[in-house]
Design a protein. Structure first.
Length: 672
């Protein structure tokens, strides 16, 4: 009887994390682990209007990438103005796990034009959870750098009976337009929320009014989330996302995308407030399919026209049990998925027969893993967290032709490969008044990606090398050590965080002079190899000062370092940066002015094809106003990015394509 009573209060799943924090603790315990001081950070994307917290400036029209950039450990690789690649702790996709509500999903482009984060829209997102380093979320595998989980926005059973939102935004630079509508319906038995988003942009202009050709894009995203509670605490939920980007330009690459389409579906069952050892059980089955078509027909001076499609499909499931006993908060997760990756390329040489090549030879991957974690409270001041995951993986090259082509370079190679990988992590936290101190360590490894193991002459425009995979690669492993100290409360908030990763068998492409390139103009061929060792260090300082009740000053300093065993710098390691902003919050008005100062990238990696990136300094300003128009809640923002129209590019702008020049934007959100 008691448990029925409690549950009535709790089942506000979706928005509850923000709106009902007192009750959401148990229902979302996986996400609100207290002792995980060092490695967990989150950014709230959508919160109920009026809840007092939301993203400044771009508001509801911000892209997922813009939301991700608010996280301390995240930077972005940019190949154009669409679909940036998240980098966590200076590690790119290979070392980062990205999931959507715990679902595995793999991009379908051999050139990384479509990171998983590009298939979700802000309007369908509740928040982004980032677990930095090896202490990943339960569904994550191969997450040495960290794991990102995109939590979808679900109306839940305890929300308003109905709610409608409409959003529109405009940015002067590139004439970017964003339109979104969504609707949510909620009752104690059934909820549904659905929406559609449309984005459209032309070429943007870099500082000094220089137009960046092939930087346009168009994107449509629709979603539907459904929930049904046939009996108290027994919840069935379903999700469908359909996302399609067309006419996407990639100024940093030789090719554009004619269409990239993702279909993401899931069905889950949750049982809340179980009696006994476990208090919550959630199981999900899912399927997603991505098709990606590259296109160079819009480009001038194409010597050899190429068709390069790719596709990825993943079917999987997970089952998560959570419980609390005494001073333990534990969870146990089983997950399994099957993914297939296929990509090929046809080259049309004038006056000759077309040349055909399999770049991803239809590789099937079966992966199955078991994860556990336990958060142990040791009295009022001390806490301990341990987590571990082991995964078994089996791979097979399904395409005969692809297998034969690779066998020429690797005689006697096996068509299948089985592997075990895993991770363990432990952290300890100490609280004393306003202070918290944490230290943590971990060990883990990852299996090579399909590109690293079986990629076939994939041209990389960054260093102009053709890459071929190496089926004989060993798993890459790393030891992580991290520490943080933080001071919370008023008026000063401070946080220092340092982490370091010691790699063994670090996987990277090394030039192989015995091989000759396929791509015209390529500098040579690189073969993926294991380096004996490498090291990455990241340090962040946050210093926030609540100067007055309505005035806040936030500062962020980041420093990173990455070297391989020979002493050479690793590529794509962020230079020293400083961000500072002043925020004003006065009644229904908020405003922000800020700057970003980035040092010259002195430690660029000549060995791996990087060139010097000069330092830069840019400024932004924005203001927002929330007001009522009759019964309609309105949220209006205006802002200017890169106020002084500075011409610059960051270290992670592919081939130094310039960033946007001055950009004046405005957006409005209405809630009915
Ligand atoms: Cu592509």
């Amino acid at each position: 009887m008691i448990h029925i009573f409690v549950c009535k209060l709790v089942l506000g799943a979706g928005l509850s994390a923000m709106a009902v924090p007192a009750f959401s603790q148990t229902a979302q315990q996986a996400d609100s682990v207290d002792s995980k001081e060092v490695t967990l950070s989150e950014v709230t994307v959508t919160s109920a209007v009026g809840a007092g917290r939301k993203v400044a400036g771009k508001g509801h029209t911000a892209s997922i990438e813009e939301h991700l950039l608010q996280l301390n450990n995240v930077t972005m690789i940019r190949r154009g103005s669409y679909a940036w690649e998240p980098v966590v702790n200076n590690m790119t996709t290979e070392r980062v796990s990205t999931t959507i509500d715990g679902m595995k999903i793999f991009y379908a482009c051999t050139d990384k034009m479509d990171p998983v984060t590009s298939y979700v829209e802000s309007g369908n997102l509740q928040r982004i959870r980032l677990d930095a380093g090896l202490d990943g979320n339960p569904q994550a595998t191969g997450n040495i750098g960290g794991s990102i989980d995109l939590k979808l926005r679900k109306a839940g059973f305890a929300a308003k009976p109905q709610e409608y939102n409409a959003t529109a935004g405009y940015e002067s630079n590139g004439h970017l337009q964003v339109y979104g509508i969504d609707a949510a319906f909620s009752s104690s038995k059934i909820y549904a929320n659905m929406g559609a988003f449309y984005r459209h942009a032309g070429n943007y202009k870099a500082g000094g009014n220089e137009e960046v050709g092939f930087s346009q894009f168009r994107k449509v995203n629709t979603f539907l989330n459904l929930g049904w509670q046939p009996r108290q605490n027994h919840i069935i939920e379903g999700t469908v996302i359909f996302d399609r980007a067309t006419d996407v330009g990639y100024p940093a690459l030789n090719m554009d995308v004619s269409d990239a389409t993702g279909l993401i579906t899931s069905l889950s069952y949750r049982h809340e407030y179980l009696q006994g050892f476990f208090s919550r059980w959630e199981s999900k089955v899912y399927y997603n399919h991505i098709t990606h078509n590259m296109d160079d027909t819009g480009r001038p001076d194409v010597v050899i026209h190429m068709d390069m499609p790719g596709r990825s499909s993943t079917a999987g499931l997970y089952s998560l049990l959570q419980g609390t006993r005494g001073n333990h908060q534990f969870q146990l997760n089983y997950d399994a998925y099957h993914n297939t990756l296929f990509a090929d390329m046809t080259m049309y040489v004038k006056g000759a027969k077309p040349m055909y090549m399999l770049t991803w030879p239809d590789v099937g991957t079966i992966n199955s893993g078991l994860a556990l974690s336990d958060d142990i409270s040791l009295g009022a001041r001390h806490s301990l967290r341990i987590s571990a995951k082991g995964s078994w993986q089996h791979r097979r090259i399904n395409n005969d032709e692809g297998f034969r082509a690779l066998s020429i370079y690797f005689p006697g190679m096996s068509r299948t490969n089985s592997d075990f990988s895993g991770r363990v992590a432990a952290s300890y936290s100490y609280h004393q008044g306003r202070w918290k101190f944490s230290v943590g360590t971990g060990y883990g490894n990852r299996t090579p990606t399909v590109t690293e193991a079986y990629g076939y002459f994939l041209n990389n425009t960054f260093d102009r090398y053709d890459y071929i995979g190496n089926p004989a690669l060993k798993n890459e492993s790393a030891i992580e050590v991290n520490a943080s100290a933080s001071l919370t409360g008023n008026p000063i908030e401070a946080r220092l965080e340092v982490n370091t990763f010691f790699f063994q068998n670090y996987i990277i492409g090394i030039p192989d002079s015995r091989l000759s390139a396929m791509t015209i103009g390529a500098a040579g061929v690189k073969l993926y190899q294991n380096l004996p060792s490498a090291q990455i260090v990241n340090a962040t300082v946050n210093l926030n000062w609540q100067i007055l009740r309505w005035l806040r000053w936030e500062n962020n300093i980041r420093y990173s370092y990455g070297k391989e065993n020979t002493g050479a710098w690793l590529p794509l390691i962020a230079p020293f940066s400083y961000q500072s902003k002043c925020k004003v919050l006065w009644g229904n008005v908020e405003a922000e002015v800020g700057t970003e100062v980035v040092a010259r990238q002195n430690n660029f990696s000549q060995k791996y094809g990087e060139t010097l990136t000069p330092g830069y300094n840019i400024w932004h300003i924005n203001a927002g106003w929330r007001f009522n128009l009759g019964k309609v809640l309105c949220d209006l923002h205006v802002g200017i990015d890169n106020i002084f129209d500075h011409y610059y590019s960051t270290y992670s702008d592919w081939n130094h394509i310039p960033q946007k020049g001055r950009n004046i934007y405005t957006n409005i959100s209405l809630q009915f």
